[in-house]
Design a binder for this molecule. Structure first.
Ligand code: GBH
Length: 524
């Protein structure tokens, strides 16, 4: 090959690479601007992950207590949530951190067994009621609205002993617990989430068996656990609607987790597989509640029924609601809660022979090697996927009113956490594009988490906090991380105005900001 030809080839390569790089940058291009007036900013936690005090003052045992105390507890660092961040005693420190960050609301969950040691309302533990009253009042005193999750995976053990979410009786028992919570706290709490991520509770807890209560039986038991949680959600929403809405004037929603599923190739089979993945992950729970017709997504019913038939079952492994329950569940929402962290590349493969939720879907996932990683193997940094997902939800569920109830990044707990600061800035920027450029109906955003905490089966090996906690110090002191300052600055500015009041110089990656100010017009 002549050297001129060689040069040409080199030039072509360079141009190609610059072009590809340009595409990536364009997708994540920073946009100056602010969120709509009145947009809500918050931070979140969950009871088992922060409270500790696992057997103090009358609290009953729950399925996580049981799991972590087992001989082989299944936790990476063999740790427990017995003390965790000790928020049972240190909740005023949490309130101080929230105040310093400037949030409008705090999303936390109730420990069901702290309030009801047996799970049932015939035995109320007054200390549990008192604890949450103190927390709620301290928040309101600082002008921070409480947002309560009723169920973030910590089922009272006595209810697991009768089958837990596999037993339909728990639907009514949950309803009674919800009722007690509304009547105890609803005079001051105006925002309720029935379930956090029912997919994780169903699939990891009652399918793969890697989360409590460690039941294995994917493709069967996870579908049953999900079925009962969806019914229990509807029950709790209907109780509020009938008996509390008129006097308390609050809202009840539910929170789902979902990654953005990007087709790995433009092959129609992969494009269909990515759509199917979203239906199996999000539609499984959202379709019965948020779609016009209710019930499970048609594609899910079709795929599971056909595989069940091939496996020799005389009916589908996916349970049926029946028309009465379909109608009872449909429309039971005041808002859509979304937990989002990452994206996946989806491609079609024939599902393996074993019965499982995974194999039912005829697809597989991977990630792009260019996506930055975190301390969690599943969490890759893909800001543009956030914008695509909320757009997909907006279309799929007819412009539904959405609040992001979790979004965040894991590392190993350092105070100078530039990667987390960068994650928040870029993800929140993409969310702003979804609102201001795409017209998505989003009214709030929640950072996970205000403090480092017990990261389920990863124990304390992955940290998500805006504040660090020294878990070896019995006083569990909190220290502010750099990301908390950045998030605080975003909140104070309601986004990213290109003005002197916005302290842009504090961002760890100034270099990525375009020198010219971009405004809405440039992007339309
Ligand atoms: C949320 O789940 C939870 O609501 C919250 O409690 C949690 O602390 C936070 O995210 C951070 O993880 O063990 O490799 O099989 C987010 C969705 C689904 C992500 C389950 C981790 C387990 C992956 N999660 N997934 S693995």
């Amino acid at each position: 090959m002549s050297s001129a030809e060689n040069k040409k080839r080199c030039m072509a390569m360079v141009l190609l690479m610059v072009g590809l790089f340009g595409l990536v940058i364009a997708q994540d291009q920073f946009l100056y601007g602010t969120f709509p007036k009145g947009f809500l900013w918050g931070a979140a936690t969950a009871s088992y992950q922060i409270e500790g005090g696992w057997n103090e003052n009358g609290k009953g045992e729950n399925i996580w207590d049981r799991m972590v105390h087992a001989y082989d507890g299944g936790i990476k660092d063999n740790s427990t949530g017995d003390v965790a961040a000790d928020s049972y005693h240190k909740y005023m420190d949490d309130v101080a951190a929230l105040k310093e960050t400037g949030v409008n609301f705090y999303r936390f969950s109730l420990s069901w067994s702290r309030i009801l040691p047996t799970g049932r309302i015939d035995q109320i533990n007054q200390d549990g009621i008192d604890y949450y009253n103190k927390l709620i009042n301290a928040l309101l005193d600082k002008n921070i609205s409480p947002m309560i999750t009723l169920y973030h995976w910590d089922l009272p053990q006595p209810l697991e002993d009768i089958g837990g979410w596999l037993n339909e009786e728990v639907v009514d028992i949950f309803g009674a617990y919800a009722n007690l919570s509304y009547s105890s706290f609803g005079d001051r709490v105006k925002s309720w989430i029935t379930f956090n991520e029912p997919l994780v509770q169903s699939h990891l807890g009652y399918g793969l068996g890697i989360f409590a209560p460690r039941v294995k039986g994917s493709g069967k038991t996870d579908y049953i656990a999900a079925h009962n949680q969806i019914k229990a959600h509807a029950r709790a929403w209907r109780i509020y609607d009938a008996d509390y809405r008129a006097t308390q004037n609050g809202e009840v929603g539910i929170t789902f987790n979902c990654a953005w599923d990007e087709p790995k190739t433009q092959n129609p089979e992969d494009i269909e597989a990515a759509e199917r993945a979203l239906q199996f992950e999000l539609g499984w729970f959202a379709h019965p509640i948020f779609s016009a017709n209710g019930d499970y997504p048609p594609i899910m019913k079709e795929y599971i029924a056909s595989r069940s038939a091939k496996e020799g079952y005389n009916m589908s492994r996916l349970p049926e609601f029946g028309q009465t329950w379909v109608n009872y569940i449909k429309g039971t929402h005041d808002f859509f809660g979304l937990n989002h962290y990452t994206s996946r590349l989806i491609y079609r493969v024939k599902g393996g022979n074993e019965t499982s939720y995974e194999n039912d879907q005829d697809l597989a996932s991977s990630s792009d090697p260019s996506w930055p990683s975190s301390a969690s193997s599943w969490l890759k940094v893909v800001p543009w996927g956030f914008r695509k997902l909320v757009n997909w939800i907006h279309k799929e569920y007819n412009g539904v009113r959405l609040i992001v109830t979790e979004n965040g990044f894991s590392d190993h707990g350092q105070i100078k956490d530039d990667d987390r600061a960068k994650y928040y800035t870029s993800y929140i920027n993409e969310l702003m594009k979804a609102i201001n450029l795409d017209g998505c109906n989003i009214f709030g955003y929640t950072a996970w988490s205000i403090i480092d905490n017990f990261e389920w089966s990863s124990g304390y090996t992955e940290k998500f906090g805006l504040y660090s906690i020294n878990f070896t110090d019995p006083r569990r002191p909190r220290s502010r991380k750099f990301s908390a300052e950045v998030y605080s600055n975003i909140i104070a500015n309601n986004g990213f105005p290109a003005s002197s009041t916005n302290n842009m110089t504090m961002y760890p990656f100034k270099i990525q900001f375009p020198s010219k100010q971009h405004n809405l017009h440039d992007h339309l």
